[in-house]
Ligand binder design. Structure first.
Ligand code: V47
Ligand code: SF4
Length: 359
């Protein structure tokens, strides 16, 4: 084990690449502080002591979805109670509130609604942009893009061009879940395959839009499936350079239908964030999403290779419907204080990581 850490340290210090076997060995190791230290070295090489955050608002325009992913407590079928779709004026009210509160980004994703036409999404982007031209709209997952393509009969390229023309600025990283076929079949059998997720994202990058990438962890996946996921992302990033941040999402088990699911402990969360930093040498940003991690683990993760903290959020449904105990909203001052108390320098950023000033 000592040998493994020495080899990886030498690689991390010189910017050489860690292998899949080495990443797997780190997942099997119990030396959490050793892993954290290596991740800290890798992070400092790229980002120094800066930790980025942004002022944003999440809006989930609909929870009605034709898929039934077993890990998802957010979605409802059309017939079920509790399904909702926001009207355009409700969405605009939320954006106006966010703009007044200093948000620079609206993060919008939703279920795959059986009846909403593609025009709904174009109108949503267009009306927000008309009222708030400077607001960055980070919206839709690769799963939704594929759905829009099926809905309209248009190729993915054309869907993206239409959304871009209406105001889409970039895309979040959702829908990746676990790319491994066997696990994916168990947790989201109706969702597009891992290969298709990568293919859609590659097209989005080729169309000139940045995206993030996520990994849903802590359900049925093995360590090998996590490494496979990271490996496929690293290869795509080598090809396109279009990923901005990687966000490991800690699975929240309440109200879900994943058999035997228990949720993610602090050690596993920190290890996964740290190994992501060590392995994904071509991703500049590893982001802690405090909604799923909890505030305390999110703060501690800043010593485990994380350099980005998302965000003010304001209203969150996906994690909270599944039992997340974190608050709904963080004030800018709270984020700044969390980062400062971790001994780091808080830097507000916009969605494309342009610096807006120290917190
Ligand atoms: O794709 C669903 C996940 C994702 C659960 O790119 C769950 O900046 C945990 O992608 N427990 C949506 N996770 C959220 C997402 C995201 C969040 C923050 C920032 C960014 C970004 C992206 O939430 C879904 C799915 O992977 N999810 N159910 C659950 N029970
Ligand atoms: Fe639908 Fe997305 Fe939930 Fe799956 S994770 S059921 S695609 S909203």
């Amino acid at each position: 084990m000592q040998r493994l850490f020495e080899t990886i340290r030498a690689k991390v210090e010189t910017g050489a690449r860690v292998s899949d076997a080495e990443a797997l060995a780190l997942f099997e190791s119990h030396d959490l502080l050793g892993i954290g230290e290596l991740a800290g070295v890798a992070n400092r090489r790229q980002n120094g002591d800066k930790v980025y955050f942004n002022v944003n608002r999440h809006i989930n325009y609909t929870n009605v979805c034709v898929n039934r992913c077993t890990f998802c407590a957010f979605s409802k079928s059309e017939e079920e109670d509790g399904g909702y779709t926001l009207a355009l004026n409700e969405i605009l009210d939320k954006v106006a509130e966010a703009d007044e509160a200093g948000a620079t980004e609206i993060h919008m994703v939703g279920g795959l609604h059986p009846d909403l036409p593609f025009d709904f999404y174009l109108e949503m982007l267009g009306s927000i942009k008309a009222a708030h031209p400077r607001m960055h709209l980070k919206a839709f997952t690769a799963v939704e893009i594929d759905y829009f393509s099926k809905l309209t009969g248009m190729p993915v390229e054309q869907v993206i061009r239409s959304l871009k023309a209406a105001g889409l600025g970039s895309m979040p990283g959702g829908g990746a879940e676990i790319l491994d076929k066997e696990v994916r079949q168990k947790i989201c059998p109706e969702k597009i395959s891992g290969e298709r997720w990568l293919e859609v994202i590659e097209t989005v990058h080729n169309e000139g839009l940045k995206t993030n990438a996520t990994m849903l962890f802590g359900h049925l996946e093995s360590h090998a499936a996590r490494v496979d996921h990271l490996s496929r992302l690293r290869r795509l990033q080598d090809k396109t350079g279009g990923f901005q941040a990687f966000i490991p999402l800690a699975f929240q088990p309440d109200n879900t239908r994943v058999p035997g699911a228990k949720g993610v402990g602090g050690v596993d969360a920190l290890k996964t964030l740290a190994i992501s930093r060590i392995y994904l040498d071509n991703f500049q940003h590893i982001k802690a999403y405090w909604v799923m991690l909890g505030l305390k683990i999110a703060q501690v993760s800043l010593a485990f290779g994380v350099n980005d903290l998302d965000g003010t959020v304001v209203e969150e449904k996906i994690g909270h419907d599944a039992g997340a105990e974190s608050p709904q909203v963080l004030a800018r001052t709270q984020i700044v204080s969390m980062i400062r108390k971790a001994g780091k320098i808080p830097v507000e950023r916009d969605t494309l990581y342009r610096e807006l000033g120290e917190g």
